[in-house]
Design a protein around this ligand. Structure first.
Ligand code: B12
Length: 280
């Protein structure tokens, strides 16, 4: 009588090996585990997965092919906005994790979901669909999502110098520089983000005090704050600041930015990255 062959023990591997096999960052593979897309068990503190599960995920195409992601992102923006306005951080964060687990890069998450979501909130506010309180609530949740996602932009290795960002006096919008700051960190820059409504003297004092500042960025989101931006550029020059001063954002056009003495203008963060990238 032949003894039935012992069931072959399934080939297993560590999560690091699985991320290599899937061609994704370890943190992405970890999110597959957290969102249930990749079954895993913890052994002696180490995540272990079955090779068969990894290969099944790979065959299913873990990463979202280009183009389809863009459509999928746009379709999910209204849902994200609803959760932001409802103050539902847990729900919004689960959405963020599933989008990242789908292979979307943190930079695409910002530019294809967070920026359109903030724009949609603005449109809903203008149309009277939501209140100023809703806008505040949504922005507060968004700030927390950016706080949780920000570490994903950390880039190991040599840094490329310091960039100081901030909004001029009177401009209450802090998200624009928070988003741009992370994208710049992802490119290896150290970013000092002064946030919203920065007093002109303090902005200048900060730039003069810091070593290795390679560029200054002034984000104008409220058109009414253009004059404050002009005052800030003059104050920086008067203080002997020689590095490039970029001015931009949705509240100022290129001609005005150039007229008030900017060395560079951009509306969105991707263009700002190119501007600053050309400085180093
Ligand atoms: C959230 C929000 C608020 C919040 C801000 C809270 C916070 N802590 O940030 C609060 C409630 C305080 C607020 C107040 C007001 N707001 Co408001 N707000 C918004 C909203 C919905 C999102 C803003 C945001 O985060 N945008 C982030 C992204 C989407 O903006 P972005 O410009 O593309 O950002 C990019 C650039 O800035 C670039 N960038 C960043 N840093 C730098 C640096 C440099 C050098 C460069 C080149 C580029 C750059 O990178 C970013 C990412 O790509 C916008 C809607 C919108 N379309 O933006 C309205 C909006 C900006 N607000 C508006 C208005 C009118 C106001 C108020 C005057 C309303 C009122 N009557 O009270 C006040 C006061 C404004 C003031 N003095 O600042 C208008 C602005 C119109 C205008 N051009 O002036 C908007 C457009 C709404 C609308 N559709 O009309 N607001």
């Amino acid at each position: 009588m032949t003894r039935p062959a012992a069931a072959a023990t399934p080939a297993t591997m560590s999560l690091h090996e699985a991320s290599d096999r899937l061609g994704v960052h370890y943190m992405t593979a970890y999110r597959y585990v957290r969102t249930g897309r990749l079954p895993a068990a913890k052994r002696d503190g180490v995540w272990v997965v079955d090779q068969a599960d990894v290969d099944r995920l790979r065959a299913r195409g873990a990463a979202t092919p280009p183009g389809r992601g863009r459509i999928a992102h746009a379709r999910r923006v209204p849902e994200l906005v609803d959760r932001l306005i409802a103050g539902d951080e847990a729900g919004a964060w689960t959405m963020v994790q599933s989008v990242l687990a789908g292979g979307t890069s943190p930079a695409d998450l910002y530019m294809r979901m967070f920026v359109p979501a903030l724009r949609l909130i603005g449109e809903r506010w203008v149309s009277g669909e939501i209140t100023v309180a809703d806008e505040h609530c949504a922005t507060t949740v968004m700030q927390r999502l950016v706080g949780r996602t920000g570490p994903l932009f950390r880039r190991p290795g040599r840094t490329r110098g310091i960039v100081v960002l901030g909004a001029p006096e009177g401009d209450l919008h802090s998200m624009p520089t928070a988003l741009a700051a992370d994208l710049l960190r992802g490119q290896g820059f150290i970013v000092v983000d002064l946030g919203a409504n920065v007093p002109t003297d303090s902005f200048v004092e900060c730039v003069r005090r810091l070593p290795r500042v390679i560029a200054v960025g002034i984000a104008v989101t409220a058109t009414e704050c253009r004059t404050a931006a002009a005052r800030l550029v003059i104050a920086l020059r008067d203080a002997g600041v020689e590095m490039p001063v970029m001015v931009g954002g949705s509240g100022i056009d290129e001609a005005t930015a150039r007229a008030l003495g900017a060395d560079g203008w951009a509306d969105g963060a991707p263009q700002l990255l190119r501007l600053v990238g050309n400085v180093t």
